[in-house]
Design a binder for this molecule. Structure first.
Ligand code: SAM
Ligand code: SF4
Length: 354
């Protein structure tokens, strides 16, 4: 992780404000010395699944098209991020990013930026079987596919769609197209798929996929999260250790959200993204752009900056870059899920970009 010594004490984990003036720094520096180099871009808030931990069965009031950044606006903001703000990694997400028209063209344009960013995408995998070769040819480096179960009935219960085979075919196509390593994101829910932790890992080891469990976070549109239902990292580890031998992963974690373990001596591994019980905010290097052009310094931010308004008012690149830096300077030490008085952000995960 990149960090800057600001010359004054800052204590990650406190909510001290950021009233100190922003120093002259070209990158996305915050007042704790963290520098964001990893940009998550939401391409749309729409989705073709309805995962219960994400949105209600009827879906949401999707953003009208005119509110979304168009292709040129979105490319401009990504270019500013790469050329002027030091962003080195871009991840496309949503909603479901594959629902964005012109995705393959956008991928080709992003990897044509200088210096070339590493480009990945998080997807539910629907339609990937057909599109993986085109995405790889366009220049996509890597892919994360969300898969919470390998049981068709449980998949239907969680996503409210009967499409497990589409996702499995999509993952295999991504692997065959060289979008590797294929990473798998899994959320476990009590009494629904928590008994599948070990079988999901065995499936991923057999197929050569890299599994990451994600603790369920309070980011669902229907505000249904509750701490007691969340399967914690400690529980996941316990379930895995009953079947496998886990040892600490040798490589440094850096700013990566997942803590990793080698499985049965390797080379297979497993990760846990324990945002709630083992927060990793102190090493965060992420900045986020929503499909309607808001920059956020955190998934859990309660404020955001409307870059779309600047773009549509004719602001130059310099002014946009500066507004982005100012937003990141105000990044809080951490997400505060575990603090009294925590308030879930107004935007759900699907409208921020996970
Ligand atoms: N639709 C794509 C997908 O599902 O991969 C991309 C967007 S989705 C919001 C990104 C990731 O967020 C997925 O891996 C999903 O499982 C995860 N996610 C959604 N809601 C979550 C929640 N409340 N807690 C933890 N992870 C969540
Ligand atoms: Fe759609 Fe992804 Fe949310 Fe599931 S987690 S409803 S696939 S945006």
């Amino acid at each position: 992780m990149t960090s800057v010594d600001l010359g004054f004490p800052r204590v990650p984990g406190t909510r001290e404000g950021s009233n100190t003036p922003r120093p002259d720094h070209p990158g996305l520096l915050d007042s704790f010395g963290r520098v964001a180099t990893d940009l998550r871009v939401s391409l749309t808030d729409r989705c073709n699944l309805r995962c219960t931990y994400c949105m209600p069965a009827e879906g949401l009031n999707w953003m009208p098209d005119e509110q979304k950044l168009d292709h040129i606006e979105l490319m401009r903001l990504m270019r500013i991020a790469v050329e002027q703000l030091g962003v080195t990694d871009i991840r496309l997400t949503g909603g479901e990013p594959m629902l964005r028209p012109g995705l393959e063209d956008m991928v080709a344009e992003i990897v044509g930026l200088e210096p070339k960013p590493r480009l990945s995408m998080t997807t539910n995998g629907i339609g990937l079987a057909k599109r993986a070769p085109k995405l790889a040819a366009a220049g996509l480096d890597r892919i994360n596919v969300s898969l919470d179960t390998i049981n068709p009935e449980t998949f239907k219960a969680i996503t409210r769609r009967d499409k497990l085979s589409h996702v499995l075919d999509g993952m295999a196509a991504a692997r065959d197209a060289g979008l590797s390593p294929v990473k798998v994101n899994a959320v476990l829910m009590r009494g629904i798929n928590d008994h599948e932790a070990a079988s999901l890992l065995q499936f991923c080891l057999d197929e050569g996929y890299h599994l990451r469990f994600i603790e369920q976070m309070p980011l669902d549109a229907q505000h249904g999260w509750n701490r007691g239902d969340m399967i914690t990292a400690a529980e996941i580890l316990g379930m895995l250790e009953a079947e496998f031998s886990l040892s600490p992963f040798p490589a440094k974690r850096g700013g990566a959200p997942a803590e990793r373990w080698l499985v049965d001596g390797g080379p297979g591994d497993v990760g846990i993204i324990a945002s709630v019980t083992r927060p990793f905010c102190a090493a965060c290097e992420r900045t986020r752009l929503t499909a309607d052009g808001a920059v956020r310094s955190c998934l859990f931010s309660n404020d955001e900056t409307d870059l779309r308004a600047l773009v549509r008012a004719g602001a130059d690149d310099h002014a946009i870059a500066d507004a982005w830096r100012t937003t990141m300077w105000g990044k809080l030490a951490g997400h505060e899920i575990n603090e009294a008085g925590f308030a879930q952000p107004i935007r759900p995960m699907s409208a921020i970009g996970g």
